[in-house]
Design a protein around this ligand. Structure first.
Ligand code: F6P
Length: 368
């Protein structure tokens, strides 16, 4: 029987448990044995009981659980070849030759590297007498399939990453709560949201809550953003709005590439010689990432988990590592490294302050 292992890696995201549940059950349904690697890559390196066989009932009720029940970790050892060598050995000792990984672009890049190195890792395991030629016989190729679990929605090549809509829903809920008290006191709130170098959460939250103003990394405001923001807020107040909501992505930048901080925005809104608004800052933090997944993420996790098992079973040694995407509402397989490279191009453009290019690349993603 083929043994397929499932692992979550990097920052957790709502829906990861749905992924594990779907992969475990689909693997069993297809006549395979399902394994979970606990604690991300750490589990592969440490082996032992961190690699566990899973039965159908082991994942019962997991769709409605937040976080990742099999744990995740940022594993330094896996960055070193020695760590990957031990990981390969552990996989073979457990009889596993296929791996499904749910994580962000960093975790998935690590996975592809592991796959590419696999033959040389096996060679080394034999030449250093850690395993025999016979033991590695049926493990000549490692099949890897990626699933993108991240609240940031920052990977090119897919319309949504697993978890992003849950985080967005949480942000909207939090902004609704804040709006009530903002309105009571006629206050302004600067709300910082997550997303690392990606402005998707801030942009969509701005649209979904009708925020007065937003800041995102990909499209910094013109140099006169201070005047622009104050004029818009003033206008909204003039129209009778008793609350002001400014949403700022944690990676927000100005055109010089300098960070725009919530404090800078607050000082401006509160400036007595200008708007003079009673202003507070709320950093939403990890409440955006924890908690249960919304229906969309549960659906995505389930359909993509099923597709990931199919992709593993259909892979040949020539298959480029795929990841499972959703584009225009269809679950599809795409080359993983292409998506990682495209994502890196956006980050590089932002770093080089070539914001038109960054926006162009993001637009192209959605136009695809
Ligand atoms: O990638 C998910 C994310 O939540 C980002 O939005 C955020 O920048 C980062 O992880 C926070 O990481 P940590 O939980 O390690 O502080």
């Amino acid at each position: 029987k083929k043994r397929i292992a499932i692992m979550t890696s990097g920052g957790d995201s709502p829906g990861m448990n749905g992924v594990v549940r779907a992969c475990v059950r689909m693997a069993i349904h297809m006549g395979c044995e399902a394994y979970c690697v606990y604690e991300g890559y750490e589990g592969l390196v440490r082996g032992g009981d961190l690699i566990r066989k899973m039965e159908w009932h082991d994942v019962r009720g997991w769709l409605s659980e937040g976080g990742t029940l099999i744990g995740t970790a940022r594993c330094m050892a896996f960055f070193e070849r020695a760590g990957r060598l031990t990981a390969a050995k552990n996989m073979i000792l457990h009889g596993i030759d296929a791996l499904i990984i749910c994580g962000g672009d960093g975790s998935l890049t690590g996975a592809d590297r592991f796959r590419a190195e696999w033959p040389s890792l096996l060679e080394e395991l034999v030449s250093t007498a850690q395993l025999s030629e016979e033991q590695i016989q049926s493990y000549k190729h490692l099949n890897i399939v990626g699933l993108v679990g991240s609240i940031d929605n920052d990977l090119s090549g897919t319309d949504a990453t697993i978890g992003c809509y849950s985080a967005l829903a949480r942000i909207c809920y939090a902004v609704d709560l804040i709006e009530a008290t903002a309105s009571s006191h006629s206050r302004a709130f600067v709300i910082e949201v997550m997303g690392r170098h990606c402005g998707w959460l801030a942009l969509m939250a701005g649209v979904a809550t009708g925020a007065d103003f937003i800041f995102i990394p990909e499209k910094p405001r013109e140099d006169n953003w201070r005047e622009e923001m104050c004029a818009i807020v003033k206008q909204h107040r003039k129209l009778g709005k008793r609350k002001t909501i400014v949403i700022i992505a944690e990676g927000a930048l100005d055109r010089e590439g300098n960070k725009i901080t919530p404090d800078m925005v607050k000082d401006l809104l509160a400036d007595k010689s200008g708007l003079g608004l009673d202003t507070r800052i709320t950093t939403l933090g990890h409440v955006q990432r924890g908690g249960t997944a919304v229906a969309y993420d549960r659906m995505l996790a389930t359909l993509q988990g099923v597709e990931a098992v199919k992709a593993v079973l259909e892979a040949t040694p020539e298959t480029k590592t795929p990841f499972i995407a959703i584009t225009e509402n269809k679950i599809v397989r795409r080359p993983l490294m292409q998506a990682v490279q495209d994502t890196k191009q956006v980050s590089a453009a932002i770093e080089a302050k070539d914001f038109d290019k960054a926006m162009g690349l993001r637009d192209a993603e959605f136009a695809e």
